[in-house]
Design a protein around this ligand. Structure first.
Ligand code: C2E
Ligand code: CA
Ligand code: CA
Length: 685
């Protein structure tokens, strides 16, 4: 899995997650704003309507009463004395007639008029009506042209229990008494008639139905809004389910893992819990798909998803990341317990098929507990699950190449390694163009005569930025990223040029071997490429030897044999490097037409007098001889070993006992000298 791909995938997921959260918040906000707007609109409408309705009702009723009293006034003016009073009595109202000074002239009925009064100006007419309070129920009064109903110390329009409206039972009316005053007899007298502000059942019904309609509207609007809100939530959950669903497994996807995982880790109550992010990989998934089918493979992925999901707790998460990778978030108490759980999980995963045996690699990255100033755990703020998962992937990548299951924990060293890999990959081309790679030569000596017989060209990177680097720090990276083919070409060209230069300068020349990586053997014209490069320099072919590492022998055997044969036909010597470090070397020897066998340095590590080791080495030399191959012993550092090799007929020794790899100029001197000694070579890099 490429880290870059992970990154971009993760970034998209994070963006989508944020977008989704925004969508959720947005919907809730819209509903709240709509509810508030509707409630405000309904409130304003209700208030306006109530205002209008009350004005209308009050005006109509008061004007009615006023016209009735005004009529009484006209009756009184038409007649004189007792006759006039009789006519007024006929109207059935209590009334009082006073002179201009307020002295009573005549009255009828219960006179409860108070002396508090004021002018009322109805909106629907231009009459000016004088209104006085009733003494017994002094609630209706007029002031500054308006009419009000007073209850205790406050002023209200309606009160059914305070006795403001004397509800006359049976008649279905509510009455509120007050007095209306009209001028009579040219303003010389005043007629005060008893009036009542009445609300009958029609008014009450009208008010109730209007209020009811409004309440109903509000309720309906609220119900609609609540329904829309909840259906919105349901819809969002459905969208979320799709959004967070993995297409292959039907379970959760990476985006879900990121979103939920970060929420979970940031919770205050999880501050003191240990968590670990896992990258679980189904080993050889692609091979399985090639041998069977993608559909079969995906069926297995679903099974893996199911097993993982079943074996994690409620507060733990798992999701399919991509291809055969699963992301898992586990909580734990101790590392040993975590390891145990993962081992058990792997055990269950290995059994997902009755027919096949599968391997699973698990990379683990622990998420640190954040602590405050007092050393106590605090809520995790800086959680980047993507980085943690990348770390788990980096740890898991250390298991690459293994077929069986395994667990690897992430540590900072891995980050350093990854950083270095990135640097090397980034700088490789520039370093090549600037000729920062140098050829070092390690001589090979005949142990019988101590004469210099050959050399191996070994690369070094003399970087102005990073210093002097040995091949172990960059060759494995080039082998992985493919740049090794460029490097091998570079070495072949440089060695060929050096050889030609020495030849032209009249120096004695010995064959120099160049390492050719296995990655190169995919190219069918490799032998021609090498030949052309050497011919370009004009170097005789017998001065060049090609070293193939043993691992190259596992690839396409037929192609390998073809290339070796071609190389030998062109006149190059071909050797098998690192013989003995792998496990099928003997088998390779059987088929490969090689010239030289290089005994791996591993033979010469450990006890020098070990009988068994000596038997193996001497037999390997004998075997090579019988196959018409010469032998070179690598990595020899001890005199007794060199002597043992000489006794057993080993043709050459390439080891520190004679010399370390050296610069070209030093090698020139060694060649000129022609002989070495079984003393430790000069210190070289
Ligand atoms: P190799 O091809 O097996 O090269 C021999 C390695 O053994 C060299 O390491 C050499 O310095 C080391 N060596 C030789 N004698 C002794 C000894 O007595 N004691 C010890 N401790 N080491 C000894 P070096 O130069 O570090 O190279 C390491 C590996 O890097 C090489 O192993 C080879 O696989 C690779 N490599 C080096 N240069 C090239 C190159 O130009 N192309 C390719 N493809 N690989 C290269
Ligand atoms: Ca080699
Ligand atoms: Ca070797």
């Amino acid at each position: 899995m490429k880290k870059k791909d992970q990154k971009s995938g993760g970034e998209i997921a994070a963006k989508k997650g944020k977008g989704f959260r925004r969508l959720k918040r947005g919907h809730f906000g819209v509903v709240v704003v709509t509810v508030v707007l509707i409630m405000t609109a309904v409130g304003i409408c209700t208030a306006l309507f109530a205002e209008f309705f009350l004005h209308y009702v009050v005006d109509a009723r008061v004007l009615n009463e006023y016209h009735a009293i005004e009529f009484m006034g006209s009756l009184y003016e038409r007649e004189e004395g007792e006759r006039a009073y009789q006519m007024l009595d006929g109207e059935g109202r209590s009334y009082l007639i006073t002179d201009a000074d307020g002295q009573e002239i005549h009255s009828s009925g219960e006179i409860t008029v108070s002396d508090v009064g004021g002018e009322y100006l109805p909106t629907s007419s231009d009459e000016r009506i004088m209104i006085y309070m009733d003494e017994e129920l002094p609630l209706v009064f007029a002031s500054e042209g308006h009419m009000a109903i007073r209850l205790r110390d406050t002023i209200r329009w309606i009160n059914e229990t305070g006795g403001m409206f004397g509800l006359q039972r049976g008649e279905g009316k509510m009455e509120l008494p007050f007095w209306i005053c009209v001028s009579v007899r040219g303003g010389q007298q005043k007629l005060l008639g008893h009036a009542a502000f009445q609300l009958d059942m029609t008014d009450v019904a009208l008010i109730a139905s209007t209020a009811g309609t409004f309440v109903l509207m509000v309720v309906i609007a609220l119900i609609l809004l609540i329904c829309s809100f909840f259906s919105g939530i349901v819809r969002q959950h459905r969208i979320a389910a799709l959004f967070f669903m993995d297409e292959v497994t039907g379970g959760h996807n990476w985006m879900w893992f990121l979103t939920r995982g970060e929420q979970l880790l940031r919770k205050r109550r999880n501050a003191s819990r240990h968590f670990a992010v896992l990258d679980v990989v189904f080993v050889k998934y692609r091979n399985f798909c090639v041998c069977h089918s993608i559909a079969e493979g995906e069926k297995l992925l679903r099974e893996v998803d199911r097993v993982i999901t079943q074996n994690i707790g409620k507060k733990e998460l798992s999701a399919h990341y991509a291809s055969a990778n699963f992301a898992v978030l586990l909580s734990y108490y101790e590392e040993a317990q975590l390891k145990q759980r993962i081992t058990e999980l792997i055990g269950k995963l290995e059994k997902i098929s009755d027919v096949h045996q599968f391997g699973f690699h698990v990379g683990i990255d622990s998420i640190a507990i954040e602590t405050g100033k007092n050393g106590r755990p605090v809520r995790r703020k800086q959680v980047d699950l993507e980085v943690e998962y990348n770390n788990a992937c980096a740890a898991r990548a250390t298991l690459d190449g293994r077929d069986d299951s395994g667990i690897a924990f992430f540590d900072e060293k891995l980050v350093e390694e990854q950083r270095w890999i990135n640097i090397v990959t980034e700088k490789q081309q520039k370093a090549l163009d600037n000729e920062e790679f140098e050829v070092y030569y390690q001589p090979k000596y005949d142990p019988q005569t101590d004469k210099l017989r050959g050399a191996e060209a070994l690369i070094r990177w003399n970087s102005p930025e990073y210093g002097f680097k040995g091949p172990g720090t960059f060759i494995p990276i080039f082998e992985k990223n493919g740049f090794i083919t460029e490097i091998d070409h570079y070495m072949v060209r440089h060695v060929a040029r050096d050889q030609k230069a020495w030849l032209d300068a009249g120096l004695p020349c010995v064959p120099v071997s160049v390492n050719i990586s296995r990655a190169h053997f995919i190219e069918s014209d490799l032998a021609e490429q090498i030949r052309d490069m050497i011919d370009e320099a004009g170097t005789p072919h017998d001065l060049i030897e090609i070293e193939l590492t043993e691992s190259a022998f596992f690839d396409d055997k037929a192609a390998l044999i073809r290339t070796i044969t071609k190389l030998r036909n062109f006149g190059f010597t071909v050797s098998m490097d690192d013989f003995g470090s792998g496990y099928s070397s003997l088998n390779s020897l059987k088929d490969m037409p090689l010239d030289v066998l290089k005994l791996d340095a591993e033979f010469f590590r450990g006890d020098t007098k070990d009988d068994r080791a000596q038997i193996v080495v001497s037999e390997a030399i004998r075997l090579a001889k019988n196959l018409n191959m010469r032998t070179v012993a690598e990595g020899v550092e001890i005199r007794e070993q060199a002597e043992f090799l000489a006794e057993n007929g080993c043709d050459m020794i390439q080891g520190y006992i004679y010399a370390k790899p050296m610069k070209r100029e030093d090698f020139e001197q060694a060649v000129k000298k022609g002989v070495g000694s079984k003393e430790h070579g000069e210190d070289g890099p």
